[in-house]
Write a protein that binds this ligand. Structure first.
Ligand code: SAH
Ligand code: F3S
Length: 439
């Protein structure tokens, strides 16, 4: 089989990045190898995101640019994947005449079959229907050799009033636990040390299956895989952080002391209108229990600024909550009106200037908190999983602590992929520096 070149442009979250690895893995089996250069590609796939308006616009403008390449190279196969593809389906074909392939994230497993159809019929193919049954295991062409993403479920059965995901990724569907364990065992054999389990509400894993295995059970199964040293997951929903899961996290040695727990707002009134399904008083004990059982636990969160009807008082409650929970990291977003979501139609939309001003206040608080949290680590010894050379200083190695903090320190290439103990000597709001401990 002759080698063909594949260029994938990815927008959006880790889930999308990993979806691109899976598309790459399946197409590798069809004779395609990844390239960084779109102009030398035989196939280009734009893997899109539409969580906020900006990402959708960028995806469309890239697609337009790549469609021009077809003028000089009529055999180029051009595809659109991901959430915009799922949402717009056939409509995309009308907008871009040169497009050959449009598919949603739940149809990634069908990529080889779609490719065959295009080659045989020379007709564009659109596939945006969820296949029945649990998602199938697919190969993945992973860039990283130390840390791997593993998708354990797709879709989301919740309906937050701001969120487009249930429309673009469909109903919640979990993979079979035995297939996940097998994939992780293969990763361990290939030398991977860390896995991050991915799902939109990752801790509701198993609900769509009849296996009787829940997320805590799955963590226990994966903790037993030899060779894997660290387990992370993204993103849990607060309503599914049950006591069994909290205790399991505290008990299992490989589960990292880090939790990304989206809060979205610190105001109960806003949480209610968002349809998040919890109040601040229900969120708080999760953080408190985990901190009690795992004293070094680090937390990060997502906050939406300027959700329709958000008052100054609501926003102050968000600032108070962020300060109270002492997050190590906060990801905050301007609320973006997404088509066909309930909140987009509400009249009490917040003006951009108000969103901007609130954004700046949260940003200042977030940076101060992160700096303070990082400073507390000075003089402590942290276990770092070394990822590679630091981009800002080639003399240094870079890696992460179990609590997910970036650390730079001087070291040898042979240490890449190893767990090294590092004494922290310097802390900024975004990274740490340190010195390896001999022996
Ligand atoms: N279940 C996923 C949600 C994916 S979206 C998770 O819990 O991570 C990731 C984040 O994007 C959300 O947590 C939310 O903070 C933000 N987001 C989603 N829809 C948004 C919108 N319409 N406007 C602004 N931010 C949004
Ligand atoms: Fe979106 Fe809420 Fe699900 S944020 S992904 S609808 S839990």
């Amino acid at each position: 089989m002759s080698t063909k070149r594949l260029y994938i442009k990815t927008f959006g979250c880790q889930m999308n990045v990993h979806d691109s690895e899976r598309i790459g893995g399946l197409l590798r089996d069809e004779g395609y190898r990844l390239t960084e250069k779109p102009d030398e590609a035989d196939m280009i796939i734009v893997n899109t995101c539409n969580i906020r308006e900006k990402s959708e616009q960028k995806a469309y403008s890239d697609l337009g640019r790549f469609a021009m390449l077809k003028r000089d190279k009529p055999d180029l196969i051009l595809g659109m994947a991901g959430c915009v593809a799922q949402k717009d389906g056939e409509k995309v074909l009308k907008r871009y005449k040169g497009l050959d392939l449009v598919f949603g994230s739940s149809n990634i497993e069908n990529v080889p079959q779609m490719l065959q159809t295009i080659t045989l019929n020379a007709q564009p193919v659109v596939m945006v229907l969820e296949p029945p049954g649990p998602p199938k295991t697919t190969p993945a062409d992973r860039k990283d050799r130390v840390r791997a993403w593993v998708s354990i479920m797709e879709g989301c059965d919740r309906h937050c009033a701001f969120c487009v995901v249930p429309m673009t990724r469909g109903r919640e569907r979990s993979r079979l636990s035995a297939e996940i364990v097998q994939e992780v065992s293969h990763l361990a054999e290939a030398g991977y040390k860390e896995i991050t389990l991915l799902g939109q509400t990752v801790n509701s894993y198993g609900k769509s299956l009849e296996e009787g295995v829940d997320f805590a059970d799955l963590l226990r199964m994966l903790n037993a895989v030899d060779g894997i040293e660290r387990i992370r997951f993204m993103s849990p929903h607060p309503s599914d952080m049950n006591p069994k899961l909290i205790e399991t996290m505290a008990e299992l040695p490989k589960i990292c002391e880090f939790l990304h727990l989206p809060l979205q707002s610190g105001s109960d009134a806003v949480l209610k209108r968002m349809g998040r399904g919890y109040t601040l008083n229900e969120y708080r004990p999760i953080v408190e229990r985990l901190r009690r059982l795992v004293p070094d636990m680090a937390f990060s969160t997502d906050i939406i600024i300027g959700f329709p009807g958000e008052t100054e008082d609501d926003f102050k409650k968000t600032l108070d909550a962020v300060a109270e929970f002492e997050y190590d990291n906060v990801y905050y977003f301007h609320y973006s009106q997404r088509p066909n979501t309930p909140a987009a139609q509400w009249e009490d939309q917040i003006p951009d200037e108000v969103k901007d001003a609130r954004f700046a206040r949260l940003s200042a608080l977030e940076k101060a908190l992160a700096r303070e949290k990082n400073r507390r680590l000075i003089d402590t010894v942290q276990e770092v999983l070394v990822e590679g050379r630091s981009k800002r200083d080639r003399a240094k190695l870079t890696g992460r602590t179990r609590s997910n903090k970036l650390v730079h320190f001087e070291g040898d290439d042979r240490e890449i992929g190893c767990l090294i103990n590092v004494r922290i000597t310097f802390a900024s709001s975004t990274y740490l520096e340190g010195m390896r401990i001999e022996g």
